[in-house]
Design a protein around this ligand. Structure first.
Ligand code: SF4
Length: 339
């Protein structure tokens, strides 16, 4: 990462709530707060890892950024060649064009490729949509794309069932690249693959990022994968970011009790990291009715009275020269003592 970072996407207080309806009249009786007041700057050329248990809101945040799920509040200011515009208020025509800049790679490439279409047909659609009219031009582009993901150009005339899971995921990546995006949301993109194939696809994503100056938002529950691929990592719990730091810094100086518990699972599998497994008690509470104060408090072994009443803000600390953001009363108290 360069020192001078350009912000590609600036999220301010983003919320994505889903109404919960009941009865014959379908009356709204509450809201599931899947993404609850998230502010973060995403830098051009970085890989931002988003981690957390299932249901923490990471996929909803990714899809909200791509406008596949409409956010219900906040701003998403996208850097259109130096001119920031809020994606949420962009006129439809402009948003359709903006989609070219933002693509997604899904977990299950099989379900995202139409089984009755050849790879050429599947990859042709986005190209046609963005103005590549001539079939021969599309064949050339698709052939080059397949080669860029280490597949043969002639594979474009085959059907999805003729490929392995790893190959299908590479085709999914080629499709995302077909419109020359700036940012790709990788939603559990390697989670369905065998470990050896995961490594190949992760290395391919790293190579493509360098070659094409891409920015990734990498959503995963796999903490080894996120450490390997990410420049920065945001840890989410119940729709909020509870800790955010450079990947090396986070793994070295994890501060939030939830992050410590989460990471202790992989540290046990790697004995040289010498950390005891922290077992979290209880389930993730319902995002429809999150606990008061710090939403992690019912599961936190360090819970204090203040934690039950006041929601901790995500605060910045500079540790060994690196910006480190944490939302925790205990960390705040410890930092004050050390100051
Ligand atoms: Fe635990 Fe309190 Fe920190 Fe929440 S704010 S993580 S309950 S110590």
């Amino acid at each position: 990462m360069e020192n001078k970072k350009e912000v590609l996407l600036d999220l301010k207080n983003v919320k994505t709530y889903f109404p919960v309806k009941k009865g014959i009249m379908k009356k709204t009786v509450g809201h599931v707060k899947a993404v609850d007041d998230i502010s973060i700057e995403i830098y051009k050329g970085e890989t931002l890892g988003l981690v957390g248990e299932s249901g923490c809101g990471k996929t909803t945040l990714g899809k909200s950024i791509l406008q596949l799920i409409p956010a219900t509040g906040g701003e998403m200011n996208y850097n259109f060649d130096g001119n920031y515009k809020n994606l949420r208020t962009l006129p439809k025509k402009e948003m359709d064009l903006a989609r070219k800049r933002m693509q997604i790679v899904f977990q299950d490439p099989h379900s995202s490729l139409n089984p009755s279409f050849t790879i050429f047909q599947s990859l042709s659609d986005p190209l046609k949509k963005f103005g590549v009219e001539k079939k021969e031009d599309r064949r050339k582009i698709i052939g080059d794309l397949l080669e860029s993901v280490n597949m043969r150009a002639e594979y474009m005339d085959r059907y999805p069932h003729e490929f392995s899971g790893g190959q299908r995921q590479r085709i999914g990546i080629a499709r995302a690249l077909s419109v020359n995006p700036e940012i790709i949301v990788c939603d559990e993109a390697v989670s369905a693959l065998d470990v050896s194939i995961q490594a190949q696809v992760l290395n391919l994503l790293k190579k493509l990022k360098e070659e094409r100056d891409l920015t990734y938002i990498f959503i995963t529950h796999d903490l080894s994968v996120v450490e390997y691929i990410s420049d920065r990592i945001a840890v989410m719990y119940l729709g909020r970011i509870v800790e955010l730091a450079d990947a090396d810094e986070l793994y070295k100086n994890k501060l939030h009790p939830y992050t410590k518990a989460l990471l202790s699972a992989i540290f046990v599998a790697e004995p040289d990291r010498k950390t005891k497994r922290i077992i979290l008690e209880g389930d993730v509470p319902s995002p429809m009715n999150p606990p008061s104060g710090c939403s992690f408090h019912p599961r936190c072994q360090y819970c204090m009275e203040v934690c039950k009443k006041e929601r901790p803000e995500l605060k910045k600390y500079v540790i060994e020269g690196s910006d480190h953001y944490v939302a925790c009363h205990l960390v705040e108290q410890e930092m004050k003592k050390d100051a």
